[in-house]
Design a protein around this ligand. Structure first.
Ligand code: ADP
Length: 260
C-alpha cells in the first residue's frame, strides 16, 4: 500500500513540475526555432546553412520532448466511455505492426467475448503505442509480440494479497514480447517517471509511467512480468463495464513473478 501511495504522490509532484517547466521551455524553443528560420532564409553559405540545420534539428528534438512532457504533466482529463477493447486493439493492429517493422511478428489474440471496458480509448491507444515501442527496443534482432485481450475476474482474496488492487471484473490486455527482459533492479524502477536505461537521447523514461497513470486513473491496475533474456509481459487490467460477481480464487491469471 505504502509503495502505491509513494508512487502516486511522486507522479503527482513530477507531473506538476514537468508541466510547468515544459511549458516555459517550449516557449523558449519556439523563439529559438523562429530565429533560426529567419537567419536560414538570409544565409547563402552552405557550411553555415548546415550548422543552422543541425541547430534546427536539435530544437525540433527538444520540442518533441517538451510535447511529451506537457502531455505527461497535463495528465489530460480522462474521457471514459464504454469501449470495446478487442475492437480497439484489432483496429489499431495495423499501426502497431508498422511501428514494429518487419523483424518483429505481431500476433493479436482475442479470448472470449464481451470486452467492454470503461476507459478513454485514445489513452489506451497511447498506452499500447508506448508498450509496443518498448517491445521494439527490447527486440533489436526481431522476435514476437503478442497482444492478447481477454477477461479476468480478480476476487477479494487475490486483491488483498496485492496493495492497491481492487477485486472485480476486468478486461485484461496483455502485451508480451520475446525481448531482452529486465533485471530485478530495472523491473523495480520501471514505472518511475524519468527512469530509463536507454540514455537521454533515446529514452524519456515516461512511457511506462504514462501507462501506469492511465490505468490507475481508470480504476484498473497493472502487472509486470519480466525475466532477463526471456521477455516481458505488461498486463493492463481495465475495469469492465459489466457488473459481474468475483469468481473463486485462482481465476486471476498467472502468479506474479512467473512469465507466461
Ligand atoms: P523509456 O522507454 O523512455 O526508457 P519507459 O518508462 O517506457 O521509458 O521504460 C523504462 C525502462 O524500462 C526502459 O528504459 C527499459 O529499461 C525498461 N523496459 C520497458 N519496457 C521494456 C521491455 N518491453 N523490455 C525490456 N525492458 C523494458
Amino acid at each position: 500500500m505504502e509503495e502505491e501511495l509513494r508512487q502516486s504522490q511522486k507522479m503527482e509532484a513530477v507531473g506538476q513540475l514537468t508541466g510547468g517547466i515544459a511549458h516555459d521551455f517550449n516557449n523558449l524553443l519556439t523563439v529559438i526555432s523562429g530565429n533560426l528560420e529567419m537567419i536560414e532564409s538570409r544565409v547563402a553559405d552552405p557550411q553555415i546553412l548546415e550548422l543552422l540545420r543541425e541547430a534546427q534539428d536539435a530544437a525540433d528534438d527538444g520540442a518533441k520532448l517538451t510535447g511529451q512532457l506537457l502531455a505527461f504533466g497535463r495528465r489530460q482529463p480522462l474521457n471514459p466511455k464504454p469501449t470495446d477493447v478487442a475492437q480497439l486493439v484489432t483496429n489499431f493492429a495495423g499501426l502497431l505492426r508498422r511501428t514494429l517493422g518487419e523483424t518483429v511478428e505481431l500476433r493479436t489474440v482475442v479470448t472470449g467475448s464481451s470486452h467492454l471496458a470503461l476507459i478513454d480509448g485514445s489513452q489506451l491507444q497511447n498506452a499500447l503505442l508506448n508498450l509496443v515501442l518498448n517491445a521494439r527496443d527490447a527486440m533489436p534482432r526481431g522476435g514476437r509480440l503478442t497482444v492478447e485481450v481477454s477477461r479476468s475476474v480478480l476476487d477479494r482474496d487475490y486483491a488483498e494479497m496485492y496493495p492497491g488492487v481492487r477485486s472485480g471484473s476486468f478486461v485484461l490486455v496483455s502485451v508480451t514480447d520475446t525481448g531482452s527482459g529486465m533485471t530485478a533492479e530495472v523491473k523495480q524502477r520501471a514505472f518511475e517517471p524519468f527512469f530509463t536505461t536507454k540514455g537521454v537521447s533515446s529514452g524519456t523514461g515516461l512511457g511506462l509511467s504514462m501507462v501506469y497513470g492511465f490505468v490507475k486513473q481508470s480504476g484498473g491496475h497493472v502487472q509486470l512480468y519480466s525475466e532477463p533474456g526471456q521477455g516481458t509481459s505488461v498486463r493492463l487490467f481495465l475495469p469492465s463495464t459489466g457488473v459481474q460477481k468475483a469468481g473463486p480464487a485462482g481465476q486471476a491469471g498467472a502468479e506474479p513473478e512467473a512469465l507466461p
